[in-house]
Design a protein around this ligand. Sequence first.
Ligand SMILES: Nc1ncnc2c1ncn2[C@@H]1O[C@H](COP(=O)(O)OP(=O)(O)O)[C@@H](O)[C@H]1O
Ligand SMILES: [Mg+2]
Length: 525
Amino acid sequence: MKSSNGGSRSFFVHQLRCYLGYSQVTMLQKHLRVLQRMYEENSIITQDFSFANIDKFSTSSLVTRLTTDVTNVQRAYQMLIRIAVRSPGMLVFAFFMAVSINKTLSLVYLVALPLLGIGLFFLIRAAYPIFTRVFKTYDRLNTVVQENIRGIRVVKSFVREAHEVKKFEVVSSDIYDDFSKAEKIIAFNSPLMQGMMYLSLLSISYIAARLIVASSMTAGELMSFITYTSQILMSLMMFSMVVVMITISRASAVRIEEVLTEKSDLEEKKDAINTVADGSISFSHVDFSYTKTKEKRCLYDINLDIESGQTIGILGPTGSAKSSLVQLIPRLYDTFSGSVKVGGVDVRDYALESLRKEVGMVLQKNLLFSGTIAENLRWGNEHASDEELRWACRIAQADGFIQQFPKGYETYIEQDGSNVSGGQKQRLCIARALLKHPKILIFDDSTSAVDTKTDAAIREGLLGELPETTKIIIAQRVTSVMDADRIIMLDDGRIHDAGTHQELMDRCSRYKEMYCSQMHKEERA
Ligand SMILES: Nc1ncnc2c1ncn2[C@@H]1O[C@H](COP(=O)(O)OP(=O)(O)O)[C@@H](O)[C@H]1O
Ligand SMILES: [Mg+2]
């Protein structure tokens, strides 16, 4: 908010503080700050989050917080700002007038107002926990919707439509139940207010009748008094609505604040280093855990030295933490203990952007964005020329199929790359990473959907065109890694053995078994 609004805003805050009670106003101020930050930052704050932060909140919860919760706070604020101006003014003026007409009669307010306050307090106390719960259920609803829309093809191919519908129904009926429960409680607000209003009017009429008979009040004064009373009660009713709105939006505001105040768990040092000397990598006594607990580690005491320009293969059964191991190199996660060095410097000493620029990674769960092929490729390097795009695609063996599309590099890729095959998508992702010209290239099972011949051609291209780049290749097929300088056999988060193809054939029975069985299969095929 601009400073010119500061004066008028502090006036509001002061006014409100008088009428709403201190705690509600502090809450309101908090809302304002949340809204203000949302607009000021003018970006989705979550872009700063590390992978670990995202794991913590879950994608669907972030979506609910950024949509439903924000709307709740916004709506409350829009409503408040109108009522907050009108009702306090009305209340003060009417109250002052009523007291000036007849002090004795004004005592009725002394009874009615605290009763109203107590009633409202109990309503809010009962409803607030339910609202908090509802928004958690919203997260679940979002997960269900996201999953079955994104995975609609899988749902259909497994004929799980009925099951998915049921899942949706269960969550949405949970929300329905909770919401109607909370709304039922909140609905008492209106009868409480109305009841108080008429009760006050009745008492006033009763007392006033006696006063008039005793000639200490005129009928005209009574008429004015009643008018002011209804104005006081009207503005109180508005106030109670404000309180209700704050209650609902408070649950949301707390959730938004959690996102806003979440610190990325990857802190950059102040004097962070901006240049990566070379593509050497060194793991020293590295333990890693997603949950940051010693018990749930998935990498144990990893020691590994990779020289710049080497090609390293990583083999291991699924779940052996191959992906986890390589994610530590561009510092997508931090180690639990031990250190990872790139170019001789601890990854925690680099500016994240500089480090990640030099580490090109083709993630296992890779993604293309909606846009043309050229646009997607330029994610790697926005200034890449058409010639460079073609160079990268030739190495990644993608140029051939792209040229066959009628629109070539201008072919439009649908969301999630649903209009290209799995193998084509993988090759586009490889080309995208190559365009970054990084010092280290990591392929996490990136050619699993590519045939053996193309896979070999990609490796040959990498070796010929990028001899200086360190290449780390995670694969399921032994053939994908057998000409690597070193092959690392990973098992259950530990390095089982490491060596060249020949060394492992000689001494590692598991490697030999894997090689022979895969070769055998290929021969039969
Ligand atoms: N984001 C995550 N949060 C928590 N645990 C995870 C996450 N990703 C992977 N894991 C766990 O870490 C272990 C190793 O997984 P991963 O490195 O993906 O294995 P691989 O790539 O060898 O198949 C698995 O037990 C998996 O359940
Ligand atoms: Mg993996």
